[in-house]
Design a protein around this ligand. Structure first.
Ligand code: SF4
Length: 103
């Protein structure tokens, strides 16, 4: 099989379709967190990766979307929270059902 110029143009795009989703780092999530916020995060057992499928910061009613670029904020403490995060104060947002697994 000989490759035409058209094939050479299309091949990189087709190769990308077969690749797994490439994760890029979330922007804004490394914003410094003050001591008071750290203390509150520990008290609420905040984690950046939820252990509970379907219960994530980005479907919690206290989540403030995109407050820190790709990361959101939380009404309970300052600084960024990961969209896939979780804490003991999680409560379902009426805007995003708890069964939703991502943004
Ligand atoms: S209250 Fe909601 S948005 Fe805030 S850290 Fe806990 S789960 Fe995330």
């Amino acid at each position: 099989m000989t490759l035409s110029r058209r094939h050479l143009v299309l091949l990189p795009g087709l190769a990308l379709l077969g690749c797994e989703k490439v994760e890029r780092p979330l922007r804004g999530c490394a914003t410094p967190i003050d001591d008071a916020s750290q203390q509150q995060r520990r008290a609420l057992a905040y984690v950046a990766e939820t252990p509970n499928a379907g219960q994530r910061c980005d479907n919690c009613n206290k989540y403030v979307a995109n407050q820190f670029q790709d990361c959101g904020g939380c009404l309970l403490f300052s600084g960024p929270v990961a969209p896939a995060g979780y804490c003991r104060s999680w409560a379902a947002s009426p805007l995003k059902p708890a069964t939703e697994a991502g943004p």
